[in-house]
Write a protein that binds this ligand. Sequence first.
Ligand code: AHR
Ligand code: AHR
Ligand code: AHR
Length: 481
Amino acid sequence: AAPCDLYASGGTPCIAAHSTTRALYSAYSGQLYQVKRGSDNTTTIISPLSTGGVANAAVQDTFCASTTCLITVIYDQSGRGNHLTQAPPGGFRGPESNGYDNLASATGAPVTLDGKKVYGVFISPGTGYRNNAASGTATGDSAEGMYAVFDGTHYNSGCCFDYGNAETNSLDTGNGHMEALYFGTNTAWGTGAGSGPWLMADLENGLFSGQNPKNNAGDPSISFRFFTTILKGGPNKWAIRGANAASGPLSTYYNGMRPSVSGYNPMHKEGAIILGIGGDNSVSAQGTFYEGVMTSGYPTDATENSVQENIVAAKYATTSLTSGPILTVGSSISLRATTPGYTTRYLAHTGSTINTQVVDSSSSTSLKQQASWTVRAGLGNNACFSFESKDTVGNYIRHSAFELKLSASDGSKQFKEDATFCPQSGLNGQGNSIRAWGYPTRYIRHYSNVAYISSNGGVHSFDQAASFNDDSSWVIGSSFA
Ligand code: AHR
Ligand code: AHR
Ligand code: AHR
């Protein structure tokens, strides 16, 4: 039995079921998600390989070959039509045109399920999905449950990487108007034990780890790569529970009365569904979602325990984040542009600006050094890479406001992530295209001979779709110096 079969047998059926990785009912063979490709803006649907099975990601890989793809729709498997699509502006505006949020890359979160490659939903800051007209979700003080599987190593302190119940107008309408899973290191409201990240409940104008609106030592810091998260709430009761999604049982982090501050008892749930954002479309958070559901009614611990057993049996595991020509840690490299008319240019720096410059064997030693880079294990994720300057040791290529910069490491999590890049086969068939680890819709690209992390189309001039594949494909060779 799959998660929603188990919730149904427990008398608390799923009223929304979302996953890009697998069917959440054993009889489900319908649509899992839709992707849109950059080459011609057409879409295709990804469904399970077999009834009740894992996503047929090969369909995506074929459709998205030699271009970029975004996840446009995450379908509801419950039959209620509670699909998740690009979130609209609310109390906060998203970064896309008209204030919409960004869509996630279709390739930012590859994993395997029982050895088969599938893709999760990698939420970068600015990314969000929503359904403000969901049916069957809990409203007012009525009871609901939910679970989601997240990447326990992908988080930040921004508000708010959430999945669950939120306002139907994308505005902060007051305490108790949300009931959603939150994961991250935000400390503006509640905290748990240690330095986080924590699972908390976003109940609006507060992230709660227990009854006390501040610290609750029973809510642990998490270091599982795959993290099962559970939240349930009913009249003057709620609970948060969690587990390693790859093994073992659930633990209960909190189970008791509603918070000891006003506005949360009774609750005022509105019944929209959010993913990756706060109730008011706060868009500063990051995280990765693999699967999740919402139920009608308050699930028993026993039902949730059986759902956790099913998740473990699905066998989530990591897989490579890179492809294409191999990079070797410790080697010295150059990166040559492949855009016709620019093929004598190499990725280089002038002071802190990263640009392309014409370099050849007769160039000065200093220019040769400016265009030479040492490959390092990714500072923010060692499955990818960082690039250290040859002439300014201790300085790395990082992005900031989507522009590449040469900058000394300050040791922060933000710096390390901004300096981490994941090479894949070149989008134009040459060399490598190099994704920003934290923004997998964005690739190292030259534009007017200056270097950015660019998306294939978007609001910045450097995101222009014309020439994108060429501008973001680089031939890696031995270094000049
Ligand atoms: O409760 C935390 C956040 O506060 C909510 O997600 C958001 O709507 C508000 O800004
Ligand atoms: O480059 C995008 C973001 O801009 C970086 O992640 C952050 O450091 C900066 O604010
Ligand atoms: O970086 C040089 C060129 O500038 C790029 O090929 C083009 O996209 C932009 O106009």
